[in-house]
Write a protein that binds this ligand. Sequence first.
Ligand SMILES: Cc1cc2nc3c(=O)[nH]c(=O)nc-3n(C[C@H](O)[C@H](O)[C@H](O)COP(=O)(O)OP(=O)(O)OC[C@H]3O[C@@H](n4cnc5c(N)ncnc54)[C@H](O)[C@@H]3O)c2cc1C
Length: 309
Amino acid sequence: MNWNELALDGVKIHPHARLSDYTTLRLGGICPCLLDCGNAKSLLETVRQLAHRKMDFILIGGGSNLLVADAGLEQVVVRYYNETPAIRREGNLVEVEGATLLDELAKYTVEQGLEGLVYGSGIPGTAAGAVAGNAGAFGRQIGDRVESVLLADRKGVTRWEKASLLDFGYRKSRLQTSDEILVSVRLQLEEGDRKSLTTERGEVIALRRSKHPDWHTTPTAGSFFKNIEPTSSAERRQAAGWFLEKAGAKEMHVGGARLFEKHANIIVTEGHCRAADVWALSQKMAEAVKVKFGLNLEPEVRKLGKFNP
Ligand SMILES: Cc1cc2nc3c(=O)[nH]c(=O)nc-3n(C[C@H](O)[C@H](O)[C@H](O)COP(=O)(O)OP(=O)(O)OC[C@H]3O[C@@H](n4cnc5c(N)ncnc54)[C@H](O)[C@@H]3O)c2cc1C
């Protein structure tokens, strides 16, 4: 395949790209080619070109919720990511391209004095990745603010769809299983006070810094498992980290994978670490919680490629 045929405007082509360069865990082998699309137009044109050639692909954003296999991927990877935000505002409705970073979006809304997304400050990844996984913090999640989304199918055919059709739940949406591509999202926000939002953003970022590893320097994908869903409406969701800590997970390690000292649900890596180490450690953690509490933990981090069962 001559990858240069896919050299469209706004697309960077990386043949034999190493996925470890595109994930915050800094793990993952090679894919045949990574097509880096920085805006909606280049994304859609790339998807159409791949469909025309009947080529399957895997879609990623910031790679902050992914564990990619050491053996890499057989498919082409399309990355929809841009550090320069593409956002516009109409009243209290904000439309953002999915490639924009969630933190840039949160910053923009604060600067505009718009309430409703400040908790997203400091969460890595793109707006599209956040909507796909219904990212959130402090009991709030992005799906609560989504008004509609511009989706594309795998042929690059687009349509706007209402948020109510996306089946948002705790860290989940229809997009995780539907193969659809989120191109843009419209969020319904509220008038807020710019000064207090700015203070709140500073506090959120400071709190995150005190509790989470800095993914720029410490490879991690954040919380590995989802919190435990309540079994009745009277209960609150319970932190997976609490169960993991009680089950002794903080002391566990496999190869170069271990737990972050401040949080038993956050895997970090050091030295030479393989994706297989992270996967094996996560299985050990889940097994310990199963044995001690009889609970099945569900991974929040998404696996790509082949791993031992
Ligand atoms: C240090 C750290 C802290 C974190 N803290 C939080 C937190 O507080 N709350 C939280 O919710 N998460 C947190 N995360 C996890 C992660 O940041 C979020 O899940 C984030 O929203 C993932 O976005 P991404 O762009 O990196 O997606 P990726 O990891 O690239 O992809 C994740 C999934 O989204 C899909 N996807 C990506 N783009 C699209 C698209 N355009 N259309 C359809 N599907 C798409 C992918 O196919 C994949 O299945 C944290 C991660 C780290 C490393």
